[in-house]
Design a protein around this ligand. Structure first.
Ligand SMILES: C[S@@+](CC[C@H](N)C(=O)[O-])C[C@H]1O[C@@H](n2cnc3c(N)ncnc32)[C@H](O)[C@@H]1O
Length: 278
């Protein structure tokens, strides 16, 4: 296994348990209410459309909350993730809360080998997903290969501009500190926390991450033969990405407290693989 995968997997494995126990993920809500949907899936319901009966794969499903939500909307879902501990939590939740979901352990770059080429009507991903890939072109090729002709990519992701910003600034300035464009070398972070509230003290804190510009993401998809059908930028994001600088919206998202219109916080992108192959 590549060194960056091993490092990232260790960090995610450790966080998965804390996430499953956290009030922010609130897993009990899925068990108590069979109609409960994750915040992320609910946010995009107007754009998602009818997925009843579709075969879907959720890349980087983590502990399965969005995957199960998509299954609750009628899709036959497979969730894929690198982290076995995340998948253990996801399987446990699906068993207790339903409906059934298949969970598969793999690096996204190996997804076609472990699943099947053109086996899916839609690929769903996002919210802290793309930063784990050294090459966005290779990722786009995987997405296109997983989709049947006519199939659709649906993703909502933190905006690459947001990923450039330094957090924890007491002066509340927006300071672009990290790469916007994809670079060969990853940025190595050593951060003790996570994006949900938890008292857990983590031991493994190193991650290797890459940013990809919005143009690079779109171009990679176009070069993989996909057709862009939606690109909406949002002035909010599902997690508190800049602690001390954000406030919660009535929809439970987070946005800059001071003039949020300065920053694209996140985006929803859809693309289809043209019917009749590429
Ligand atoms: C920020 S989490 C995704 C969170 C998810 N959107 C949610 O809200 O539950 C990132 C996930 O990507 C997974 N991951 C990181 N690199 C990966 C890779 N190369 N292949 C597959 N999964 C990967 C991690 O194990 C982790 O579960």
């Amino acid at each position: 296994m590549d060194e960056y995968l091993a490092v990232n997997r260790t960090t995610w494995d450790e966080r998965a348990l804390a996430h499953a126990a956290s009030p922010d993920y609130g897993l009990h809500r899925y068990i108590e209410d069979p109609g409960f949907l994750s915040h992320v899936v609910r946010f995009d319901l107007p754009r998602l459309g009818d997925i009843q009966g579709l075969r879907g794969v959720h890349l980087q499903c983590h502990i399965g909350t969005d995957t199960i939500s998509l299954a609750r909307l009628g899709a036959r879902m497979t969730g894929l993730d690198l982290s076995p501990v995340s998948l253990e939590q996801a399987r446990r939740l699906a068993e207790r809360a339903g409906p059934p979901v298949e969970f598969v352990e793999a690096d996204v770059y190996q997804a076609v080998a472990v699943l099947r080429k053109e086996a899916f009507d839609f690929v769903y991903t996002g919210i802290g997903a793309l930063c784990w890939f050294p090459s966005i072109r290779r990722w786009a090729g995987v997405v296109a290969d997983l989709l049947r002709p006519g199939g659709r990519l649906f993703m909502r992701e933190g905006h690459p501009i947001l990923w450039t910003l330094q957090d924890g600034r007491e002066d509340r300035l927006l300071v672009s500190e990290y790469p916007y464009f994809e670079r060969e070398d990853p940025v190595i972070f050593d951060e003790p926390g996570t994006y949900v509230e938890t008292d857990v003290e983590f031991v493994h804190n190193i991650t290797a991450e890459w940013n990809h510009g919005l143009g690079e993401i779109v171009t990679a998809l176009l070069e993989a033969g996909m057709v862009l059908t939606m690109l909406v930028e949002h002035d909010s994001v599902p997690w508190n990405a800049l602690p001390g600088q954000m406030e919660q919206t009535p929809l439970g998202e987070w946005r800059l407290a001071d003039r949020p219109w300065r920053l694209p916080h996140s985006y929803t992108l859809q693309a289809i693989k043209p019917p009749g192959d590429r």
